[in-house]
Ligand binder design. Structure first.
Ligand SMILES: *[C@@H]1O[C@H](CO)[C@@H](O)[C@H](O)[C@H]1NC(C)=O
Ligand SMILES: *[C@@H]1O[C@H](CO)[C@@H](O)[C@H](O)[C@H]1NC(C)=O
Ligand SMILES: *[C@@H]1O[C@H](CO)[C@@H](O)[C@H](O)[C@H]1NC(C)=O
Ligand SMILES: *[C@@H]1O[C@H](CO)[C@@H](O)[C@H](O)[C@H]1NC(C)=O
Length: 231
């Protein structure tokens, strides 16, 4: 009974709910004119030492899904855009065949979770600059979108003075510790108070209990409770 009801309910609510989501998605897409989105992450830059290997991160997102999504990575080499790699992704979670135009580049995202990141091996100072992750989704009337990633190549990483960070971190940690301690103390106090109150109530009940036993109230209550309901 229960199962059938749930099944019916999902049938009734499922499709309209999904199509509402779809319509909202279309409206949002049309309104922002950018349904497809390429993202290089929250921090779109990286400072790396020459000779190291870096990942240029990129993921795509599309609320109506993709079909033959074209994407490429381009490098802005003193004004001219040089293609690093390109491919067409038939559908989500299908590993695409990627054409690579540079020796030291590997496609590592493999379209796993919309991931089209690449690896740049043994970077040189000439590799520094802006990399663009570009995509076109034919399913969205060929809408395109791109995101820029800034790679900085340095001889050695600057030694960041961490003292202030550590001071702040320990201050924040200390404050949180104090707060937790205070909350625990407060809870403990409340607990003790509630226990005391309970005891007080018990005292009140037992003191007035003499009256209850006389008219048989407390006795009947205690008896009715443990009776299990069986059919
Ligand atoms: C990085 O560049 C410096 C200066 O050109 C050079 O001395 C060093 O060997 C380079 N490091 C690597 C790992 O290539
Ligand atoms: C990167 O450099 C190392 C050591 O020089 C070399 O063995 C390796 O093949 C290089 N990788 C690429 C992709 O060029
Ligand atoms: C993309 O794939 C690479 C390689 O598997 C991984 O290191 C990276 O974290 C992935 N990025 C995202 C955003 O999932
Ligand atoms: C990307 O789309 C814009 C319009 O949104 C268009 O002007 C531009 O030419 C497109 N770029 C490419 C490379 O297709």
């Amino acid at each position: 009974m229960e199962d059938r009801w749930m099944w019916d309910d999902s049938l009734r609510l499922g499709p309209p709910y999904r199509s509402i989501g779809f319509i909202v998605c279309l409206i949002l897409g049309a309104w922002s004119a950018q349904a497809l989105e390429m993202s290089v992450g929250k921090i779109p830059s990286l400072e790396a030492v020459n000779g190291s290997t870096v990942m240029l991160p990129c993921t795509y997102a599309s609320c109506i899904g993709i079909e033959n999504l074209y994407f490429n990575w381009q490098f802005n080499q003193s004004g001219t855009m040089k293609k690093v790699c390109e491919s067409t992704i038939p559908s989500e979670e299908v590993e695409p065949d990627v054409t690579i135009f540079e020796d030291r580049v590997t496609f590592i995202g493999k379209n796993h979770h919309n991931n089209v990141s690449i690896l740049l091996w043994n970077i040189t100072f000439e590799d520094a600059g802006f990399y663009t992750c570009f995509g076109v989704n034919p399913k969205e009337k060929g809408r395109n979108h791109s995101a820029k990633f800034h790679l900085m190549v340095v001889e050695e990483l600057r030694v960041v003075d961490n003292t202030l960070t550590i001071i702040i971190a320990s201050a924040v940690g200390g404050a949180i510790g104090l707060l937790i301690g205070f909350m625990l103390l407060k809870n403990l106090t409340l607990f003790v108070l509630s226990k005391l109150e309970e005891k007080n109530k018990e005292c009140l009940v037992s003191s007035s209990g003499i009256d209850n036993t006389e008219n048989g109230l407390s006795g009947s209550k205690a008896d009715s409770k443990p009776t299990p309901k069986k059919k």
